[in-house]
Design a binder for this molecule. Structure first.
Ligand code: BJW
Ligand code: ZN
Length: 283
């Protein structure tokens, strides 16, 4: 009896110690308590040094980088995109395009209307300044809003297309919707072949634009420093880019108010808003 009680008590103590240990290991990874971190900026001395000395820098952005401009994210960050009660992964899917092209256009026309009056934020502007700071700088975005370009980023690999463009479902001719008569869509048809146009974005279940992922993967593999900014990192193949960078030896840094499936792979995780954290690197 006495032995049984002793056994239960030691098991409980062991279990409790295990929980504490787990918590410490996890918070150590997430909060970088092992490093010397500046309390005001949250940026470690190690990362500052790497940022000063890096020649090849790679940045992957997601919806969170545009959140502070007022663009709703898809998953994290409070608002989630729903259109007429339909979750975005249904309306933004290849199947929906085949079933109801007109409704897909309505969804994208609505989003263009929202984004039209929106401006780049401090995160887009910081990334724009980085392009002239490093010998080799690569910006890869999953965003379709065009805000990196609006901020002045000259070269941006768009993995998921751009909602300011349409393309012919048959001959793939592209149309700029910034100057076009967008209210005529979806009845507007291709000038070359007469077929319907669709938004020039990559929907779930569709292939990425030819060469875009391959170029991004090559740059990720070559990078010394890789930033993963404002992405939930669950959509592939985009989420594999930081994995490629890490496997090839890059120092990987995540900037996001929430942890993601990539957080544990990262060398540093700065839990904060992109528009607040990114400008701090230049201080
Ligand atoms: C902040 C912040 C602040 C908030 N500051 N941060 C391998 C395994 C399993 C599945 C697959 C796989 N490979 C491929 C698949 C299938 C699928 C996929 O990945 N599914 C997963 C969901 C499981 N992938 C595909 O279908 C891709 N195609 C493909 O792989 O082709 C080959 C193939 C073809 C056929 C069969 C099989 C393979 C195409 C993916 C296309 C994604 N398209 C969308 C919609 C674009 C059009 C539109 O705009 O409507 O792209 S989906 C949506 O998700 C959009 C985004 O670009 C993408 C990523 O989202 P993102 O950017 O990460 O945003 P959120 O909202 O998820 O996260 C925001 C983050 O910001 C959060 O973490 C917040 O905390 C943070 N945040 N405020 C910093 N101020
Ligand atoms: Zn055509």
């Amino acid at each position: 009896m006495q032995n049984e009680k002793l056994r239960t008590a030691s098991l409980r103590i062991f279990h409790f110690a295990f929980l504490i240990f787990n918590f410490l290991v996890r918070s150590d990874t997430i909060l970088n308590t092992r490093m010397s971190v500046n309390q005001e900026t949250g940026i470690s001395e190690e990362l500052r040094r790497r940022f000063r000395e890096a020649r090849r820098v790679f940045v992957l952005t997601g919806a969170g980088v545009s959140a502070e401009s007022g663009v709703p994210t898809f998953r994290g960050g409070g608002q989630t995109a729903v259109w007429k009660g339909m979750p975005f992964d249904k309306i933004s899917s290849a199947g929906m395009l085949e079933r109801n092209l007109a409704e897909v256009w309505e969804w994208f026309n609505y989003r263009r209307d929202v984004i039209e009056s929106i401006a780049p934020n401090a995160a887009h502007l910081a990334i724009e300044r980085w392009q002239d700071r490093f010998e080799d700088f690569t910006l890869v975005t999953q965003n379709v809003d065009g805000l990196h370009q609006a901020a002045g980023s000259r070269s941006c690999i768009e993995l998921h297309g751009n909602l300011w463009r349409a393309r012919c479902i048959w001959c793939e001719a592209k149309y700029d919707l910034r100057n076009g008569e967008t209210t005529a869509i979806p009845t507007f048809t291709c000038e070359d072949c007469g077929n319907y146009l669709r938004p020039d974005v990559v929907l779930f279940g569709e292939m990425l634009p030819v060469g875009a992922y391959e170029l991004a993967a090559a740059k990720a593999k070559d990078a010394e420093l890789c930033f993963v900014v404002g992405t939930s990192a669950i959509v592939y193949p985009a989420a594999s880019l930081p994995e490629i960078a890490s496997a090839a030896g890059a120092y990987v840094v995540e900037i996001n108010p929430e942890p993601t499936p990539l957080s544990n792979l990262c060398d540093e995780v700065i839990m904060g808003k992109a528009g607040e954290v990114l400008p701090l690197f230049e201080l």
